[in-house]
Structure formats: C-alpha cells, structure tokens
Design a protein around this ligand. Structure first.
Ligand code: SF4
Length: 371
C-alpha cells in the first residue's frame, strides 16, 4: 500500500488501501457530493468506485450549458489490456453517452522512455488497446485515438514551452525520484491533456481526465501548468475523476506486468476461470467458521470483480453481499458463480474484438508513427 505522506507514484505497482486518506492528503474532492449533477446514473458512481474528483462539477455544468466538453485519457501499451484497463473503457463509454467528445492517447513515448519497452512491440500493442476499447463499446465515430509520437508540431511545441515554467524541485515534490525521462514523460502527459484546448485540436476548454488514483500527480502538474500559461495560451485547468484501483487476484494492484494475477481481456476463458479458483478471498479458515461468522467481502478480490465488472444490478449485488456476510455461501460456490459470469463476459468481448479487428477500422482511424 502507499504510505500516507509519501508520494503517489504513477509508475509504481502498489495497491492503495485507504482512499479517504487520499482525499485528505491530496485535496481530491469526494464524488458523492456532486452525484446529483450527473445526467444519468452509472454503477461506478453509485458504488463509489469513482470516489473523487477535481472540478468535475465545473465540467458537468459546462455540459449542461451545452458548451463543448471533451474527455482525454491515455493507455500505456506496456502489456495486454486487463479488467483494470476495462474500467477506463467503461468510464469513457459512460462519458461519451453524455455527449462528450473522447480522445485517447496511446502513451508509446512513455512506454519507451519510462518502461523501456521495445518500440515496435509498443506500436503493435497500441492497435490492440484501441480495438479492445471499441469492442468494449466506445463509439469510434465520436472518438479520436493517437500515438504520442505520431502527433504534429503544435502538440510538441507545448511540451517544449511548458518546460520553461517548471522547476526540478517542483517535479521532485510531485513525483519523488525524477530523471530526464520521467520529466519528458510527465510534460508529454500535460500536452496530452491540454492540447485539446488549442483551436487546432477543437478548442475544447472543458476537459475531464478519468484516471486511476495513482495518476493524480500528472493532474496536479498539469493544472499548475495550465494556470501558468492561462494568459499566454488561454489554457484552463482540466477536471479529473479518480477510480479505485482494481486489485489483482492476490490482493495487490492488478498489473499488466504480473499476468498471473490479472484477468486479461484476451485470456482464454478457461484459463481465466482457473485464475479465479486461486484468487484471494475474504473467506474464513474453515467452512464451519465461515458459516458461523460470515465472510469479509470488503477484503475479497472476487467480490471486487462483482462490484467492478460482473454484476450490474444493485439488488443482485446486495444479495451476494448479504449471503457472504451472513455465512449463507462458501467461497468455492461463490467463485464458481463469478467464474461463470466472467466466462460469459470474456467470450462476448472477444467475439466483438475479433469483429473490430476484421473490420479494419483501427487501421483507418489510428495513424502509426513513421519510426
Ligand atoms: S463468499 Fe464470495 S464474496 Fe464472500 S469472501 Fe467468499 S468469495 Fe468473497
């Protein structure tokens, strides 16, 4: 877990265990105060999977006034997309349903610089990330996708000019350990978030960035940069919403780099079921104890999958919770129910993914870098 008082590391692999402390420590606002502004509901907001925001109310008010609003997020193609990645797809799908324009960066520069990934492999994976997002339900007619290294001059000019108004000390205060690569990656992310405000890219002044809680350092830096360039370039602070990180099946952060503890969107459904069989649960040491004391779903990676992906209906989710805490169900049976739902989800998603690939749409809408 992240120690409070320590830096959030957007390139790290820890699980965050206390989101309330995160709100206090970094000044993120709780989402529950502004749920009434949402035009319609979504399970992530209702269940507080999206738990915090910065100025999302400003973005929602702009949407209500009929102003141009957009959503920007990015994917680092340093592994295969998994159910944690799909949380962002799900959020994008929801925000798109509100009428927002969606733009998605493939963070290939960052994958090369910070993760030291092979360049051609990163480019290949970028195509898969986009295809999975469309298969998950993002409408490509109202979305743009791009590789960071295939962008044009104005985007790169932002990175160069931004560097004038930041200091090494401030980067260290936000990120902890820094090096030239991390500084470049962070400024590139700021250009990702803010370039949509330039006339050339649509002049969207209201941008919201949906991210995992560990990505907040990029938002803090970008908001400071927007303030410093407001006069010169007319930039405005972006809004952001933060989701809890889906933990891996061992209870740590679900990570593309630890495939055995993550459910990937292209996992063979049977293999995925086997992974679930070994997952960490909130079950007791013996069946007798579990019947007597009940399970602890708040500690359970299976219950987390129900909340984030496998159960849409609130009543069904409550029933599953009640059965667990009242000792009416044991973990083996509960895992089998989850496995069946997961199998269905993967089979349907993979069918759509194949259709997206076969259609050739990704090649049409995603310009690859020249080298
Ligand atoms: S019964 Fe289900 S929800 Fe409860 S701890 Fe076991 S696996 Fe988790």
């Amino acid at each position: 877990m992240v120690e409070m008082g320590a830096k959030l590391d957007p390139w790290g692999h820890y699980a965050i265990e206390d989101y309330r402390k995160l709100l206090e420590e970094f000044g993120i606002s709780p989402i529950d105060k502004i749920l009434g502004l949402l035009p319609h509901k979504h399970k992530y907001f209702e269940r507080l999977v999206i738990f915090g925001h910065r100025d999302f109310d400003v973005w929602l008010e702009a949407l209500k006034r009929g102003e141009k609003v957009a959503v920007l997020t990015g994917f680092m193609p340093s592994g295969r997309p998994h159910l944690g990645t799909a949380m962002v797809y799900e959020e994008l799908k929801f925000l798109q349903s509100l009428g927002a324009h969606i733009k998605i960066a493939i963070a290939d520069a960052e994958a090369y610089i910070v993760r030291r990934e092979d360049r051609s492999e990163v480019i290949r994976r970028g195509v898969e990330f986009v295809a999975h997002s469309i298969a998950w339900g993002i409408n490509p007619d109202n979305a743009e996708f791009y590789y960071q290294t295939a962008m044009d001059n104005e985007y790169y000019r932002l990175i160069q000019l931004f560097s004038r108004k930041i200091t090494a000390a401030e980067m260290e205060a936000i990120y902890g350990d820094i090096n030239p690569g991390k500084i470049m990656a962070a400024l590139t992310q700021s250009a990702d978030i803010l370039h949509l405000q330039l006339d050339k890219y649509g002049g969207y002044k209201y941008i919201v960035v949906p991210v995992g809680a560990d990505q907040d350092p990029h938002l803090r830096l970008t908001r400071d940069i927007a303030d410093r360039f407001e006069q010169e370039f007319g930039l405005k602070r972006p809004s952001s919403i933060y989701h809890k990180l889906l933990r891996g099946l061992d209870g740590n952060k679900m990570s593309k780099s630890r495939p055995e503890y993550a459910i990937h969107l292209d996992d063979d459904p049977e293999m995925a079921e086997k992974k679930l069989a070994n997952a960490l649960t909130g079950g007791r040491a013996t069946a007798e104890e579990q019947r007597r004391l009940g399970g602890e779903p708040w500690k359970c990676s299976i219950f987390e999958l129900y909340v984030y992906h496998l159960i849409d209906d609130e009543k069904e989710l409550k029933e599953r919770y009640d059965e667990c805490v009242n000792g009416k169900i044991l973990c083996g049976q509960c895992k089998r129910i989850a496995a069946e739902k997961l199998r269905k989800l993967l089979i349907e998603h993979q069918k759509r993914f194949k259709e997206v690939i076969t259609s050739g749409i990704v090649e049409k809408i995603l310009k690859k870098p020249s080298f």
